[in-house]
Each structure stands twice: as structure tokens, then as C-alpha cells.
Design a protein around this ligand. Sequence first.
Ligand SMILES: Cc1cc2nc3c(=O)[nH]c(=O)nc-3n(C[C@H](O)[C@H](O)[C@H](O)COP(=O)(O)OP(=O)(O)OC[C@H]3O[C@@H](n4cnc5c(N)ncnc54)[C@H](O)[C@@H]3O)c2cc1C
Ligand code: SF4
Ligand code: SF4
Ligand code: SF4
Length: 394
Amino acid sequence: MVKNDKKNITIATESGLCLKCGACYAVCPVGAISIDLHSDEFPIVNLDKCNKCGMCFRVCPGLFPDQKMYSAKDKVGPVSDAYVGYAVDKNIHGIVTSGGVCTAISTYLLRVGDVAGVIMPRASCSNPIRNEVIVAQNEHEVLSCVGSRYSPTFTCVGLKGVQSGKCYAFVGKPCDIYALNKCKEYLTELKNAISYTVGVFCHHTPNYECTDRLLREQRIFPEQVAKIQYRGGGWPGFVRVFGKKGDVLFEQEYKKAWVEYMADTPKRCKMCVDCTAEYADISLGDAWNIAKSHKDEVGKNIIIARTQRGHDLLMRVAEVGAISIEKILLQTVLFSQKDLLSKKEAALGYLVWNKLKSNRNPCVKLRADMFLCFLKCLFNRILKLRGSYVLRGK
Ligand SMILES: Cc1cc2nc3c(=O)[nH]c(=O)nc-3n(C[C@H](O)[C@H](O)[C@H](O)COP(=O)(O)OP(=O)(O)OC[C@H]3O[C@@H](n4cnc5c(N)ncnc54)[C@H](O)[C@@H]3O)c2cc1C
Ligand code: SF4
Ligand code: SF4
Ligand code: SF4
């Protein structure tokens, strides 16, 4: 256990280990933590208000990377069954990220009254180049959240909107779900309140600076922007910036834009070993290497049903015809996600590197399998450098 006299999250924020989940804000009993959802800043503790209860410190996943998952062999976590699928509703084709299964599940849950709301992020209504988190209570609100936001969301901030006696679903990245689970450990009222968790696969979340740089380089002023669509317009789609008259100020194929503008990976994401939301009831990603890429065609999701509860829900959504799904082998999942999953190994190696270099994360316990990953990453890096040296030499 880490020695921490401060007993709050400043140890995470000061060492750059905050992954912007918002859990600290959600659990603080005296409102001593402030988060600016519209900036790249980490949360701030008001020491005058803080009563040193230590709750934020205990739930903070930034400081406590998930030690259980430090196995490069166990690449996608628990799997009940895996599927490839898409939402059947034609109205959402072309605006969702992959196959729209996340939107279909969320609207289904609200329609049948299984939950009172779905906690999910979206573009901020007051500032479209930033994000906010809402508790969506109807189909219209769920539709306002479609599409991946490749910028920080502090998703657990939405837990503040939970009302006692009601049930909710929660949509988030792997670290959001992990943080939610940590909150549930300490706040019993949350344990029963969150009935379903839907996780999206995640390679990394770029800071707002990436979006800001895109705008700067394209000479677009923030005041001109009505909407940023990081995904949409077919699959895998485009990054688009829309002006206030509905005009397109910028458009670039998603894959190109991701490499050109969104590649900057925050330090904590580099050490993240959960790529596929292993703690969710259902996890969703892009069906890379499986779905055909076409501008007018609907994309598809890789779907991992993990818990019995998640599997039952998925079957119900399929039975009412809201999604079309086809069972696939685990091997197909691994094939589809091979690029993302290689990151898991790299993250293990990075954890070793980081610990040896500066010991900035005191909670990481080094293990033999992690050293193997480190050596493998080092070897690959040397090969890469040698390759580019040879190419340059030619
Ligand atoms: C930052 C990020 C990185 C990703 N990296 C990968 C990857 O490497 N490989 C891969 O296969 N898939 C990745 N995904 C998942 C993929 O982009 C889709 O989110 C997923 O396939 C679900 O698609 P969908 O069509 O069902 O989603 P939709 O029906 O369009 O719904 C999207 C849902 O995601 C929520 N959401 C959007 N942005 C965020 C966010 N930043 N944090 C939390 N929730 C959010 C929305 O509120 C909405 O509920 C990533 C997603 C994000 C947000
Ligand atoms: S230690 Fe307790 S009171 Fe202080 S900021 Fe953290 S949760 Fe809030
Ligand atoms: S709880 Fe989440 S938002 Fe708060 S400091 Fe830790 S990682 Fe950052
Ligand atoms: S890479 Fe990990 S830590 Fe970073 S945003 Fe994604 S799930 Fe969170």
C-alpha cells in the first residue's frame, strides 16, 4: 500500500497519472474537488474544504492501475460470447461510430423502462468543441450522444445525477467502467443504482489540445464551430467540423485524421492495459478487418458479452429486432483487434520503463511477465529504429 500523507488525488494529478474519469468528483462528500470539463487541466482539490477522508484517493484509478490484468496472454478479459453486429434502425446509420449497437442498447433500455437514465458523454451544448456528461432519459437525448468523442469526458461526473431508488445504465471507456466499479465498492447506493455497463474499446483519449491544433492548423476559429463529428458519414467515416450554417469547414478521412491530429497519447493512456473494457457487461468496438469500408455503408461492431446479465440484455435487444448480430469466435475478435491488443503488451513494457526511469507510479508492482513485455518492446523499438536508419541510408 502506498504511503500518502495527503490522502487525496493530488498525488495522481501532480504526477500526471490522472486519466480524467471524474470518479474523485463523484465521491467527494464535501464538494472539495472541482473539474473543468472544458479544459485539459486535471481536477483540483480545495484544501480549505477537504476533510481528508481519503475517499477520492481510494477510488482513483489513475494511481492504481489494475494489477489483475497484467497478463499479456489474457488479451480481452472475460468473454461469455462474441458477436459482430449493427443497429437495424436506418435513421442512425451514418451518424453512429461503428455499428450503432451502443445507441441501440441504450434506447432499448429506456424504451422498455429497465433504467431511468443512461449516463453517457456528448459534445457540450454550450461549447461544441468540448464535452459534457448527461443522464439521457429518452431516445432523443441518447441520439444527442452518438459518435465517439476523441477528447476527455470525465464520464463518472455523471454519477452525481443518480437519484436514489432508480436504476441506470452507464456507457464509458475501460477506465471509466473501472473507476465506476471502484466507486461502487465504497458507495453502496451506487452498487444497486447502476444496472448495466456498456464499455467502448479504447486505444487512448487525446487531450483537447489535439482538437485545438486541428482547428488552428485549419485556420478555423472556435466561434465558427457548431459541431465536431469525430466519426460519421459512413464507416469508418470522417472527422468533420461543421460551421454554424451547417457548412463543412473541415473534412478528412477518419484514419488519416486520427494519425495526423489525434495520435498524441497521454502518459496514463500509455500504461493502460485494459483495451476492451474488461469490466463492462457488454464491450463494443469497431469491426476492423471484418466490416467492409464504404462511405454509404453501415459499419459494424465487435460485441463482447461478458456477464450473464450483459448477454441476456444483448439477446433481448436482438430479439426485438433492434440489432442484427452474428456469433463469432474469439479468434475473430483477436484478429479484428490485433492492432489495439498489441498496445496491451506495449503498456506493460511502458509501466516497467516508467517505474525504472522515475518511479513516478508508486503503486505499480513489477513482475516477471512485465519485464518480458518490456524487453520485447525494446527489441521492436530497436528493429524499427534500425529499419528507418537502413532506409535513410539507402
Ligand atoms: C477515445 C476512444 C478510443 C477508441 N478506440 C478504439 C479502438 O482503438 N479500437 C476500436 O475498435 N474501438 C475503439 N473505440 C470504440 C469505438 O470508437 C466505438 O465507440 C464503439 O465501437 C461503439 O460504437 P457504436 O457505433 O456502438 O457507438 P455509438 O452508437 O455511436 O455510441 C457511442 C457511445 O459512446 C459514448 N462515448 C463517446 N465518446 C466517449 C468517450 N470519449 N468516453 C466515453 N464514452 C464515449 C457516447 O456517449 C455514446 O453513448 C474508441 C472509442 C473512444 C471513445
Ligand atoms: S480527501 Fe475526501 S474531502 Fe478531501 S477531496 Fe478527497 S474525497 Fe474530498
Ligand atoms: S479519480 Fe479519475 S479524475 Fe480523479 S484524479 Fe483520479 S484519475 Fe483523475
Ligand atoms: S487508454 Fe485507458 S486510460 Fe486512456 S482513456 Fe482509454 S481506457 Fe482510459
